[in-house]
Design a protein around this ligand. Sequence first.
Ligand code: DON
Length: 550
Amino acid sequence: MKKSLLGILLLGLVINFTTYASEQAAVAMPDAYSADAAKAILEKGGNAIDAAITAQFVLAVTLPEAGNIGGGGFMLVKKGDTTDFIDYREKAPLTAHRDMYLDENGDVIRGLSVYGILASGVPGTVSGMWLAHQKHGSLAWNDLVQPAVDLAENGFIVHPKLGRSVAGFIQRMKAREINVNFADYFADAKADTLFKQPELAATLKRIRDRGPDGFYKGETADQIVAFMSKHNGLISHQDLAMYQAKSRQPIRDKWQQYEVLTAPPPSSGGIAVLQWLKIYEQVRSSYKTMGHNSADYVHLLAEIGKRVFADRAAYLGDPDFYPVPVQDLIADAYISQRAAQINKTAISITDEIDPGLYESEETTHFSIVDKQGNAVSNTTTINLGFGSGMVVEGAGFILNDEMDDFSAKPGVANVFGAYGGKANEIQPQKRMLSSMSPTILLKDNNVKLVTGSPGGTTIITSVYQSILNAIEFDMTAEQAVNTPRFHHQLWPKDTIRYHPNLSESVIEKLKALGYTMQERRFGDLHMVINRNGKLEAASEASGRGKSIVF
Ligand code: DON
């Protein structure tokens, strides 16, 4: 008896091992330079975190729309049996204040938090990469930064999509008479030509040689502060010296047979993704069938979205400043209560408020799994494409426009149509609320999938739908990132944004239910899936991503 029990246990272990152990590594990256650089680091014996650090710096050179050292982000780490969440989100400068974007009548001056010198929070990326390296890295820091130095110094070939977005951004700034210095630095980034960034190379060398002191102190800090003084910006030496990335506990919760690791506040993403998945799980059992991207499916997920975004607006902000009720918002009892409110046949009523104004969307994400089964899910941003449009003179990097992620005034939406109040009002040193949702699913403590995307508030949707696609509908990574998605976030009222190729008959049914249907692509998923020990990696076809399993 005892023997057979042992046998069963051993068999279980073997099955478990054969199901999940992998001899492979995989990278799903937003461009070819970051993919090749991350792969090279893994092949040199670096771990997933080393590869992520290299990729982050490379993207600051080759993907200036979103890759950055002048912004921030979140890195979710699974290393051996430990998990970590490196929060390198930007912070409001010390002299920022609640009403800094309001005019004398108390109305929001929209452009101020989006373009120009006042739009930037104190950058967190260099501190974040350093902290990740101190805690989890294995190769030498300078070797991890060097590939980015090389690409900035020797140049890289501009992808046609980058060439187009550079030209488009310059054009838009001109047409709207927005005074930013972006064109001085990027006008030469033309499709299929070699583009060098000598000032950025020099900045990266200081970071390579001195770590965070090469950015937050010394010459780079002086350049940032001089640039701020020249244009009446807020970021000071003290702001830079005080910036410190934080290691936080990832949110960890069960969903189906998986353990979900995801982003805690100051991201709204993890709570939102879990609410979406958990409410879905409860309600779907009451449907006879629930076809992928059917009208019922889209409506159900839109109904859930209303609740998710109502909670986001009311309760979420920087946990260092505001008591975010994380556990309450994902507790089973609360999920059941929310699930019971879902109207399966009609649209729940929302009050009319002005819709937010959408802008071009760029952030970037990558997912990495190494041969030891460690994983990194990293989303990083300067907010909108090319951030504030301001390039630090002499230092050659773009500053973020992340301040727009704060709630400038209750009842007024930000560029992503998101509302907020007290929880996300501006305060000195506070981190603005984010939707970035780097997520990892584990099964028996092994990585099952790694996912993430850009897209402002739609990030949450891309992430939870990629999980449903892969797990609930058993899609390959390639299918899971490329199948059409749809997004609803409470406001604009009853509006569903959807990718091209959502079926016409589904669109008609949703219109008949009362939805306004808006065709517009969003997101850029980069995903790794472990299918019985074989890794699949995929980058969304509409972007310029590259994925490799090796
Ligand atoms: O942190 C956030 O939620 C936003 N700043 C992300 C911005 C973004 O994803 C832009 N576009 N794709």
